[in-house]
Design a protein around this ligand. Structure first.
Ligand code: PMP
Length: 360
């Protein structure tokens, strides 16, 4: 068996220990005589899995008691609609910062449901930086401010939490959740698709301050109503059972590593290997402002498209998959989520160094 270094932006690598454990329990989970995929979501054994997944998630993320954790479907993209359907019901106005592709998608979707103010954007520099507090125009009457804390395509990350007074912050953390500690109490709602740091695609995790639920727009379908999901412990219908089980295994893996404080140290050290090389290299350059660069998605270019293509092709042949950058940025992108081993990045840098020597 050969496992390659997979730099995909998502779905992306899962820890080998998690995959091995899932494989060992595939046919017979905990003497139940069946796979987790085959069991009723209402069975006692599955109840143990989902409860443990939630308890571990709450502990690792430090979720305060007045917040609910929900296991939903529809990806982060469904949250682009679900958030306004549920939260845009006070003044009917919300602020959105557009710092990349997905926050722009969220901004466009929300416009169907109320009055949406573009509170700030870095579109002018092709999202190479994160708008700072003094670049934001915030409405004190807004029902919420929406941000995307890590921009998967552009390789930037919010290093500060905006000051909004009493306006709750809604954050898309799809590509950075569980990568570092988060002060959940600073947010009204956090959501994330699972397929980068949590598990397989098909599961979306939402953390919501309880008082924000229950003011849903009247025509909201039940499946899109946070209050319905809260009242039914994420089991109004069949939840994504296997994804929740894998999340439980991922959380056990993080717990064993020492939780999010340790996870952050590892991630910082990993990203540093690559960023240090980008600073030293005469060929490869980071595409974003140093202050705002992401630990999870590292974007870089040679400045010559043909050379970028050559690099992507040769890196693939050398066992480094999915390094081609998103078409919106071009160049390369190395997504180095929690499960990417340090060795993968060290080897990538060796390959880059060697490629540079050969092509200069
Ligand atoms: N937000 C961010 C930050 C993302 O990276 C992605 C997917 N790459 C999405 C939203 C969309 O997620 P999904 O495909 O789960 O709907």
């Amino acid at each position: 068996m050969t496992r390659i270094y997979n730099f995909s932006a998502g779905p992306s690598m899962l820890p080998v220990e998690v995959l091995e454990k899932a494989a060992s329990e595939m046919l017979d989970y905990n003497n139940s005589g069946m796979s987790v995929m085959e069991m009723s979501h209402r069975s006692k054994v599955y109840d143990g899995i989902i409860k443990e997944a939630e308890a571990k998630f709450r502990k690792i993320m430090g979720v305060p008691d007045n917040y609910k954790v929900l296991f939903l479907q529809g990806g982060a993209t469904l949250q682009f609609a679900m958030v306004p359907l549920n939260l845009l019901t006070g003044s009917g106005k919300a602020d959105y910062v557009v710092s990349g592709n997905f926050s722009n998608n969220a901004y466009k979707e929300a416009q169907k449901f109320g009055t949406i103010n573009l509170a700030g954007t870095s579109k002018a520099d092709n999202y190479a930086h994160i708008p700072q507090q003094d670049e934001l125009t915030l409405d004190p009457e807004a029902d919420y401010l929406h941000i995307c804390t890590n921009n998967t395509i552009y390789g930037t990350t919010w290093k500060y939490i905006p000051e909004t007074g009493n306006v709750p912050i809604v954050a898309d953390m799809s590509s950075c959740i569980l990568s570092e500690p988060v002060d959940v109490s600073k947010y009204g709602l956090i959501y994330a698709g699972a397929q980068k740091n949590m598990g397989p695609a098909g599961l979306t995790v939402v953390i919501i301050r309880e008082d924000l639920a229950g003011k849903t727009q009247p025509t909201t379908p039940v499946m899109l109503d946070y209050k319905v999901m809260i009242d039914n412990d994420s089991m109004y219908n069949t939840p994504p059972t296997y994804g929740i089980y894998i999340l439980k295994l991922v959380l056990e893996w993080i717990e064993k590593l020492g939780g999010l404080v340790e996870m952050e140290k590892i991630n910082k050290a990993k990203a540093k290997v690559l960023y240090d090389f980008l600073e030293e290299s005469k060929m490869f350059k980071s595409t974003v402002l140093e202050r705002d660069r992401s630990m999870m998605n590292v974007t870089f270019k040679t400045g010559d498209e043909a050379l970028d293509d050559k690099f992507v092709k040769e890196s693939k042949a050398a066992g480094f998959e999915n390094l081609k950058g998103h078409r919106a940025v071009g160049g390369m992108r190395a997504s180095i989520y929690n499960a990417m081993p340090t060795e993968g990045i060290v080897k990538l840098v060796e390959f880059m160094r060697e490629f540079e020597a050969r092509n200069s």
